[in-house]
Design a protein around this ligand. Structure first.
Ligand code: C2E
Ligand code: MG
Ligand code: MG
Ligand code: MG
Length: 283
């Protein structure tokens, strides 16, 4: 009896595992065609100076509109695309679209683009960025590449070489999700970052939680010491915002400051600008 139960349990897991591997393969296949099937789009989230409230940039965030499954979160499909290598052409589409869009804006704000480890380590990545900058006409200093620490640990030497080439183009580099990685402090010293983005998990309840407050203040101190601006991710409440302003955090991003949205919702496009002017003069 026990024996047969064990066998059934095993069969159950074997079946479930097969199922999981199968749906992963299906997703890998779908991701390979998603660019040409025009299933991706970008939304943009504002990054604001905390002392003035001025928008100084936008982060481009990828959205996959699957024909049957609807919106699939990047935290689900990006890891699958990384494993299959599909993230390389997908990431190129992201860079092209984001740079082309930002080049058409009236203001000179930054466009921040997430780049995954696989992409950073792919052959000729800096050359691809260079080509996209030339084709879009975006000035290099307006592009900021966001890199998480997992992108660096793979092959430190190669990552450093790529980052140096990007910096030589004039592109800026931000360390994303600071504090969640595996050796944040040594990475900060080893790589030529221009900005630190504190992960949203540290910002949560920073105004009421002693421990979170201590950690955030320490990161702000590190930023000041190194001469690097610090951006707080995931600012969700006015309490969090006032804590960050009081502690002289320079930049913020989060639902409280602005949700990710299609670019038409912001005043950067000429069309949106004239729409807002028309509304203002009508009022
Ligand atoms: P990330 O780069 O750290 O992006 C910030 C994430 O936090 C975004 O999730 C954003 O929508 C979300 N967020 C913004 N404000 C708040 C807030 O106040 N509270 C909370 N709880 N969340 C907030 P999203 O868009 O789902 O993206 C998740 C992750 O997927 C990104 O984390 C990034 O690592 C990855 N990703 C997104 N777009 C791309 C892309 O184009 N390429 C690559 N390689 N990865 C991407
Ligand atoms: Mg990011
Ligand atoms: Mg982040
Ligand atoms: Mg993240």
């Amino acid at each position: 009896r026990a024996k047969s139960e064990g066998r059934d349990t095993y069969r159950f897991y074997e079946h479930a595992m097969g199922q999981e591997a199968r749906s992963r393969r299906i997703m890998e296949h779908e991701l390979r065609h998603a660019v040409s099937r025009r299933e991706f789009r970008l939304v943009y989230q504002p990054q604001k100076k905390l002392d003035t409230g001025e928008v100084i940039g936008y982060e481009a965030l990828l959205r996959w509109q699957h024909p049957e499954r609807g919106n699939v979160s990047p935290s689900v499909f990006v890891p699958v695309a990384e494993e299959s290598g599909a993230i390389v052409p997908i990431g190129e589409w992201v860079l092209e679209t984001a740079c082309r869009t930002a080049a058409g804006w009236a203001s000179n704000v930054t466009i921040a683009v997430n780049v995954s480890a696989v992409q950073l380590h792919s052959a000729n990545f800096p050359q691809t960025v260079h080509r996209i900058l030339l084709q879009s006409g975006l000035s290099p200093h307006r592009l900021e590449i966001e890199i998480t620490e997992t992108a660096l640990v793979r092959d430190m030497h190669r990552a450093l070489a790529s980052l140096r080439q990007l910096k030589a183009l004039g592109v800026r580099v931000a360390m994303d999700d600071f504090g969640t990685g595996y050796s944040s402090l040594s990475n900060l010293r080893a790589f030529p970052f221009d900005k630190i983005k504190i992960d949203g998990s540290f910002i949560r309840q920073v105004d009421t939680n002693e421990q979170a407050a201590t950690i955030v203040k320490a990161v702000l101190g590190i930023g000041r010491g190194l001469g690097l601006p610090v951006l707080a991710e995931g600012v969700e409440t006015s309490g969090e915002l006032s804590f960050l302003s009081k502690e002289l955090c320079q930049i913020g991003q989060g639902y409280y400051l602005g949700r990710p949205a299609p670019i038409e919702d912001f005043s950067e496009t000429p069309e949106a600008g004239s729409r807002q002017e028309a509304a203002a003069s009508a009022a």
